[in-house]
Write a new protein. Structure first.
Lengths: 179, 179
DNA sequence: AATAATTTGTTGCCTGTGCAACAATAACAA
DNA sequence: TTGTTATTGTTGCACAGGCAACAAATTATT
């Protein structure tokens, strides 16, 4: 147990070894997985920066894990010498928070689209921009993609087929091309 | 035009006067409003902290506006004297970014719920927690709520009625009570 | 008070997509 | 090879919820 729902956290962590996931319980008490954290991933960055807010979710290790914890207060105050390393650390930290926010933003953009087709198109366009090409390799499989877009995997497959038939995209497994 | 889509921004802004909104164009070229910014709101905080990333959206003033711009680099480096004010400014800035992220996170939680009823329940539970009571006043109207949850306003009204009939909630206009 | 404008509630219809169950293909191991 | 597992694709059915159109209630304006 790395972070427990309902508690405040004044530190954030970097997962050095192992893996973890964040979970919450929905209104009916069912446990649902929110995010997966792999080696090198950050844990609780948003929470640490938001003082007095209690964690809405629990972060659990899913394998033997080593986490490097950073006290938030020491990150922002820096050291007496105003050294470059502290400044760099701070910059990296802010960049991590911002990236988390931007990722969430992009996901919201997908989720807001009214149809499965538009969700897919929005997502594919994002990936295409990331890889600077209309031809690209999907970094995730259909299951994860369906979860990300919050649609049924079968509906995702079905719509991908239709989009191919309509000449919007070409694909084979994870190799995609936007027309 | 405060921020233009496709450009990088090394500053963020606080809207001192007037109002603004952020917009983007969807895959079919239709313009859609993403967020509204009111007096006192922040503009481009995520973007400024993520160097080299180009803005996915355009921010436009919707009335005569005054924006106080902060160069990102000066926020994080602080001044020579390592003064308390600079430190405070930094702390506030990080807190703004983090809050944006947490807000997005909460919205994603709502959007991920499979049914309108669960979306509503998740949202109402959030508001209830914010106001520390099972009786609370909804801060937004039905239109905005429907947009936020990404459902039809009519479907929202319909489901609210059903939930009342099922004894899950009580409400009159914007006064709500979770049972 | 009278009128207009805004917000909220209601309802019938119809389509998109969740669900379930299964088939096909690819990846991997023995 | 053969068997095993993981991934991807397909399809029929049912129904939740989008859409449209209207009614009721509340608030603002003259």
């Amino acid at each position: 147990m790395i972070i427990e729902a309902g508690t405040v956290a004044a530190e954030f962590g970097i997962l050095l070894e192992g893996s973890a996931h964040s979970i919450k319980w929905d209104a009916s008490g069912k446990q649902i997985i929110i995010t997966m954290v792999e080696k090198g991933g950050a844990i609780g960055v948003l929470l640490a920066a938001s003082p007095q807010r209690v964690s809405p979710l629990t972060v659990q290790a899913t394998a033997d894990a080593t986490v490097l914890m950073f006290p938030f207060s020491q990150i922002i105050t820096g050291c007496e010498k105003k050294c470059r390393h502290h400044e760099r650390l701070l910059q990296n930290y802010i960049s991590i928070i911002a990236d988390k926010g931007i990722e969430l933003h992009e996901r919201v953009n997908c989720l807001l689209e009214p149809t499965v087709r538009k969700k897919i198109l929005t997502y594919l366009t994002n990936i295409s921009h990331e890889q600077n090409s209309t031809e690209f390799i999907l970094p995730i499989n259909r299951n994860i993609m369906a979860e990300y877009l919050n649609v049924e995997r079968s509906a995702l497959s079905r719509e991908l087929s239709r989009m191919k038939a309509d000449g919007l995209i070409e694909y084979n497994r994870n190799n995609f091309k936007l027309m």
